[in-house]
Ligand binder design. Structure first.
Ligand SMILES: [Zn+2]
Length: 300
C-alpha cells in the first residue's frame, strides 16, 4: 500500500465594500467610541442599527447611542483562539450584537455576566475598534447623549478572509490520481453489485461493500449532462464561456464532472462522444486530464 497524496490549498475571500446608511453611521460611531442603535416604529432599539424596521418595514431614521456596557446573553467558547464569541446586549438596547469576550478561560464565562467594550486607542470605523468585551463590575448608564457626525465617504468593510489547509484524498483516490498521471484511468468494481465507479471509492456507495476491485476503463465516454459557464472565477485558466460536463466513460456505471475543450458550447449535446486530452504536466491530479474533447464523427 502506498502513501496517500497531500496537497496544500488556499481559499481566499478578500474584498472591500463601501457602506452607507445606518451601517456607515454605526461604524463612524465606533470610531468615536460609541455604540449607535436604531429605533423602530414600536420604540424597539436595535443594535447594530438597521435602515428599516424589521417588523413594519418603515425607515428607521433615528439613531441613538446605547451603553458600551451590557450583559452576555449567550456565548460559545472558541478553543483555537482562546476567546469566547458572545451575544452582548448593550444597556439601552433590545437586541444583541455579536462580539468577542476576552476572558482567561471558559470557566470565567456565564450568561448574564456584565461586560464593557474595551476600545482601541486608534480607531478607524470598524467593528474591531472594540478590541473585545471584557468583564466589569457594574452596568453604567448609557453613553453620553449625542449622535456621531455624518460618516466620511470612505468607510468600508474590508475582508481578508483566507482559509489555508492541507487536503489528503485518502489511499484509494491517491492511487487513482497516480494512475491518471501515467495516462491511464482506473475504475473500481464492486465485488457485490458489479458497479464500476470512476473515481473508485473505498466502498461501493450502493452496497457498502469494499474494497473495490481495480479495473481499467476507457478514456472515451459520453456526455450525460453539461452546463455552459459564463462567470469568471479566480485562478481560471480557460476562456469564457466554457463547458463543464458530466462524463460517463465506457465501462463505468457513473459519471464525473470535467471540463470540455476544443468545442464551441453551441455544439455540445447530451450523448455526445468525448475522449480525454492529457496534460503534459504529469503531477498526480485531476488536471492530469486537461479536458475532454468531442470524438470526430465516424471514429470507431
Ligand atoms: Zn455494490
Amino acid at each position: 500500500m502506498t502513501e496517500p497524496l497531500r496537497a496544500h490549498h488556499e481559499i481566499s475571500f478578500r474584498y472591500r465594500h463601501s457602506v452607507g446608511g445606518a451601517k456607515a453611521r454605526f461604524l463612524a460611531g465606533l470610531r468615536d467610541a460609541r455604540i449607535l442603535a436604531s429605533v423602530g416604529a414600536d420604540g424597539r432599539v436595535t443594535v447594530p442599527p438597521v435602515d428599516w424596521d424589521p417588523e413594519t418595514g418603515t425607515p428607521t431614521t433615528e439613531l441613538v447611542p446605547v451603553g458600551d456596557r451590557g450583559i452576555v446573553a449567550s456565548w460559545t467558547w472558541d478553543g483555537p483562539t482562546g476567546k469566547a464569541v458572545a451575544l452582548v446586549r448593550p444597556v439601552g438596547a433590545d437586541t444583541c450584537m455579536v462580539h468577542v469576550v476576552d476572558v482567561a478561560d471558559e470557566t470565567a464565562l456565564r450568561t448574564g455576566m456584565v461586560v464593557r467594550a474595551d476600545w482601541r486607542a486608534e480607531r478607524t470605523g470598524s467593528i474591531t475598534d472594540i478590541r473585545a468585551f471584557v468583564p466589569c463590575d457594574s452596568l453604567v448608564p448609557a453613553a453620553a447623549a449625542g449622535v456621531a457626525a455624518e460618516p466620511p465617504g470612505d468607510l468600508a468593510v474590508v475582508s481578508e478572509t483566507c482559509l489555508s489547509y492541507t487536503f489528503e484524498p485518502g489511499l484509494v483516490l491517491s492511487d487513482f490520481l497516480r494512475t491518471l498521471a501515467n495516462r491511464r484511468i482506473a475504475g473500481g468494481r464492486c465485488v457485490s453489485c458489479d458497479g464500476v465507479y470512476v473515481p473508485p471509492r473505498p466502498k461501493c456507495p450502493d452496497c457498502m461493500v469494499g474494497p473495490m476491485q481495480p479495473v481499467p476503463v476507457s478514456e472515451q465516454g459520453i456526455i450525460t449532462a453539461f452546463t455552459v459557464v459564463h462567470v469568471p472565477f479566480h485562478g481560471m485558466e480557460v476562456d469564457l464561456p466554457f463547458v463543464c460536463a458530466w462524463i460517463r466513460l465506457a465501462g463505468a456505471s457513473v459519471s464525473f464532472a470535467h471540463l470540455l475543450g476544443g468545442v464551441s458550447p453551441a455544439d455540445v449535446t447530451v450523448g455526445q462522444r468525448v475522449e480525454a486530452v492529457w496534460a503534459t504536466d504529469t503531477e498526480p491530479s485531476w488536471e492530469s486530464i486537461r479536458w475532454f474533447r468531442p470524438i470526430a464523427e465516424g471514429t470507431p
